[in-house]
Design a protein. Sequence first.
Length: 193
Amino acid sequence: MSELIKGAGKSKLRLYFTTALLLSLAVTGGLFAYAYTIASTSLTVGTVSSDFGNITASTNDTVPAYTPFGTYRGRIGAGNLFDVAPETGYQGDIGINVYLDNIDQIGYKYGMFMVKLRLVNSANQSMDVDGVDKPLTLHNGVVSFTSNNMTGGPTYRIYCVGGVYRTFPWAYLTGAGGTWAPSFTAEILQAGL
């Protein structure tokens, strides 16, 4: 048996097998060499020193305080809620979302709550693409604005045109829960993203 194996090792079968093995190694080795032929480059990027825009709670001409009572319908005055400042050099459009963030808490006190909001420049001209006042209510807890040609540098505002509320008759009771003070949250983002 051993003679037979030694004889087969020196035959043409071994020659064909070795040739096929070398040929397959050459073809696949070429593919691997081709797949790993790469080049790289990098982009030139300026230094990052700030966000593309900022939004902060307004401290100038804010909405005036009001005093509600139980079973009472009242008015909410006009004033600024948020200041919006796009960064100088930012060329894109800006989106702003404003949320009534404690609906679950003021729902204990108010049967109705509504304020109308507007995105304005320093001359109180609308800067929103839609150009309309947007209601923020107990049933609509978010409004969205998309800027219309806002440029970096000046400060824009989320302006409360005014509003109205109606309280529950038992809202003044201490065990009623909830809170009287509506709370708002705003975010600034790139429009379309």
